[in-house]
Design a protein around this ligand. Sequence first.
Ligand code: 9PG
Length: 775
Amino acid sequence: NAAWNLTDRQNEYLCLKNVKLQVRYRRGSSRFRAANSWQPVKIESRADDSSPHGALRTLRVDLKPDPNGLRCTIDFTLPEGYPFLLWKISLENLGAQPLDIERLEMLRVEPRSGGAIFNTPLRNPAFFSNGWQSWSYAGVYGATDRFHCTRLGPLRAPSDVNPGTPRPWRAGHFASDMFAVLGDRISRLTLVTGFLSQQQHFGSLETRINGSHPTLRMWANGDRARLDPGAQIETDWAYLQFIPIDHPDPLGVYLDAVSRQHSLYHSSILSNNPPVGWCSWYQFSSEQYTGTITPANLENNLLAMHQLQSRLPLDIFQIDDGYQAQVGDWAEFSPDFPDGIAPLADKSLSLGLTPGLWLAPFIVHPKSKLATRHPEWLLRGKFGRPVNAGFLWNTFATALDLTHPEALAYAVETVRRAAHDWNFQYLKLDFLYAAALPGRYRDPTRTRAQVLRSGLEALRQAAGEATFLLGCGCPLGSAIGLVDAMRIGPDTHRTWYPNYRGIETLLRREASFPSAYYACHNAITRSAMHRRWWINDPDCLLLRETTSLSEAEVQTVATVIAMCGGSLFVSDDLPNLPSERLRVAQALLPLIGRAPQVLEWFDLETPSRLRLDLENASGAWHLLAFINWDDQPQEITVNLREFGLDPQQSFFAREFWSQKSHRMQRGKLLRDRLPPHGSLLLAVRPLIQNQPQYLGSDLHISQGLEVSGWKVTPRRVEIKLERPGDAEGHIFLSLPSPPKKALLSGEECRWQFNREGVYQFSLKFHQKALLRIHR
Ligand code: 9PG
């Protein structure tokens, strides 16, 4: 009856029972469901060695064509070397009439039709949902939570949600895009399921976890793309895996499989270092009320960036929205830019900095020349009107139909010109979802996923391999393997919570609105994608004192950016940035660059504990972040057990923001008072008795990566330090006896023994230094 079961041989609890498959389609205006009437005609088992996942065993089920001539084949595949199941559905139209494919349902588990997951009631079910595109919310929900979903309807829905994915509003009813995790917070087990790519169809998932037996559905959206007589299509591979919640890298197995599917391990995309730079948007845009973008403002910041190189070695000078004549008219400039922007790119190159440019090649302002001169390039809806791409720039924006060859050529030329005529080596390609809006495409046989994927492929080709591409406002799965970096959260903002013209309460749950909080939230919940699918872009760090962010909030944003491993962009007027605030960005460089372990990722709405295990010449240590997401101050007690560390050991901990040191004796915990939205960033090292030990510094946020050499002899300790540019600060050591003498690159170095029983050395050097301590 077109149902299947999956059982783990060792563990009967891990199972799926009575999983249904179904294909929904139309012939003319009649609707059909191909599912129950099928008879398998052939089942064969095959081995295949050529897959990116190594040797596979495939069970192919060929079904008899249905009365309309739709033939369906299902492949179930088990890789020999990985613990997951893959399956896909292929369709062929053997009939005489075209069929419009609505939905290919890969998985439907419903208790009322005998379906079951985990074979036992879930006691505290939860669901991790991944949002549609860069700005959309990703996070975990419990049974009584409500799905994050915009309440602003046609103003925001076109950008924030996939029209094929439901928008549930009842507590316990959730949806997700591309993949999701369903699990139980008590038994600590989860089911990770999704698609390995989004090249053929966009994948949607839906669950109800308000009862003890959850329902789960997963399907590929057919978008009513036409399947002509004789034509075939197949879904992307569906994926399924059981994994414990407390696995150190729970999403890693799935995310890695997706990378392999896109041949990413052979690509330069993952070997790039995360970019560091400056972005104009959060300082110079009318929407931020902080000044407008002008050639003079840009140039002043370019020069400041150059002058600051020895303190803050930012590389990318990224010009954002506002230089162009209109969104859509990319070859013309706003009246403020009579000479265009190529001179700024050249100037930046001549200063040794990488020029970057914002472009939104798929979205169109309705008043642009593009829209008026080429109305035939616009994607249109049912009534022939250009589609709504969201309320932007005080109007309803619209989009190109990339199945029109000239429209695609126009978008391609926009990118080619910026990269090759204007010399921008870094491109921020924004509002990319606009290529995948629902509408009447000129080529009705293509799905929205196919249109977006091939559009992005064309942009990559136009930019060339050497151009760094950042995707933004982009449905995530479509860009894997095509962009170097991806924005994985909403815009940051000068306020903590979403705030639009003073309105805050109504917007509190508008998670894709600009806000520092939701930007941090997604940077954490999507951190596992970093260096697997691309380099994560958590959006900018705003350092100036004139935002509404408290000092604690600025520190939290910096903590999250540093701990999550992605790119770092500052977006302040650099010539006017106070040097204490500059020091925050300085401490983040060079970037740690690695994704952390996110503790309680399945238990808390926004996880508050992050852990990185670091190691270099100075030894091995743990970098632990604790964030107070509460709107109230919190008296917190750090328990190392909560970070997965052995509480029986004695540790030494230094907190970066307060520069306080703590000895954490067995069972003894560190107490601190954290302001609202503040964080602790601890470098924790197991205490070694009677031996010199490096304990930390105020030079780098990791409190250890600044050490490039460490040598202990009976008479000396030699420490090599390395920082980009000029460094000034302190390092902290534990020493069995006071130093006889300390020399920093040959000169006397000041030191003192402080209250915590720690030796503190004051240092000032350029790039490199050798500290020699005679003992
Ligand atoms: C420039 C900006 C910046 C920013 C991008 C993007 O109304 N909206 O839905 C909306 C969402 C995001 C957005 C602007 C508007 O920001 O993320 O960094 O480049 O465009 O316009």
